[in-house]
Design a protein around this ligand. Structure first.
Ligand code: C5P
Length: 235
């Protein structure tokens, strides 16, 4: 199984001036933890890290420290996650039939989750890891002058709501077509499954992991460190 890791963001919501994937958790960069799980997955055979040129030397150093027995390629990132994944798809080796895509910022995903997604992907064209939503979610209408206090428009039935995570997995040719159509039709999406959905293609759900958070804010970093400390009392 091929794995693409979008890692070309800037981490503005983290409030820092460097890529959040270079911040440390238990003395290792965020990306180190993500890669460690990907390398430990039996199913993953090839890893492509999508990154900005400015981060590449640091990312190369992380890969060197991990001494990956699997090939690791570096691919030029884009201005948005959508563009970054598009670039990643073009850079896949010839013959790649299926691909998992996993955000570098989800550094707590386990090797078992990669393996589970890879296994299910053998029997479908598109999937996402996801977990049922715990909060009651509100749709907000900010069009009617609410300012700082926008109005609640509706409350979707929570039993139908799942929070999308990564890994997400797809047939490569179908996802490439969906990305190309997304460019033609100027669709802007925040995950690859949304392109599949807009094309009318089926996306299956694989049970994700409660701890598989996306490190976005300083609070997330503190929570991630707490979880890693539980997992690795020896560190
Ligand atoms: O910003 P956010 O955390 O939602 O980004 C999700 C993932 O997409 C991160 O791992 C980030 O590095 C990556 N990304 C990217 N290229 C961009 C923006 C984000 O690869 N231009």
């Amino acid at each position: 199984m091929y794995l693409l890791i979008p890692a070309a963001g800037s981490g503005k919501r983290m409030g820092g001036d460097r890529n959040k994937l270079l911040l440390t958790l238990l003395d290792q960069p965020v990306l180190w933890w993500t890669l460690k799980a990907a390398i430990a997955s039996d199913a993953i055979e090839w890893i492509g890290i999508i990154c900005q040129p400015v981060d590449r030397p640091d990312f190369e150093e992380i890969v060197g420290i991990l001494n990956s027995p699997k090939p690791v390629a570096f691919i030029q990132g884009g201005d948005t996650r959508q563009e970054s994944v598009y670039n990643g798809l073009q850079a896949l080796p010839d013959g790649a039939q299926r691909v998992l895509i996993h955000d570098g910022a989800r550094c707590l995903a386990t090797a078992e989750l990669f393996d589970r997604c890879a296994s299910v992907l053998q029997g479908c064209a598109g999937l996402i890891a996801a977990v049922p939503v715990k909060d009651t979610i509100k749709v907000v209408d900010s069009s009617n002058g609410g300012g700082d206090r926008p109005e609640v428009a509706s409350t979707p039935d929570r039993s139908k709501l799942w929070a999308a995570q990564t890994p997400q997995g797809f047939e490569v040719a179908t996802l490439k077509d969906a990305h190309a159509r997304g460019i033609r039709e100027k669709w802007t999406v925040t995950d690859d499954a949304a392109l599949f959905e807009k094309c009318g293609l089926s996306v299956r759900i694989v049970e994700g992991e409660e701890a598989n958070l996306k490190v976005t804010t300083p609070q997330d970093l503190a929570i991630a460190e707490f979880i890693l400390r539980q997992r690795h009392p020896e560190i």
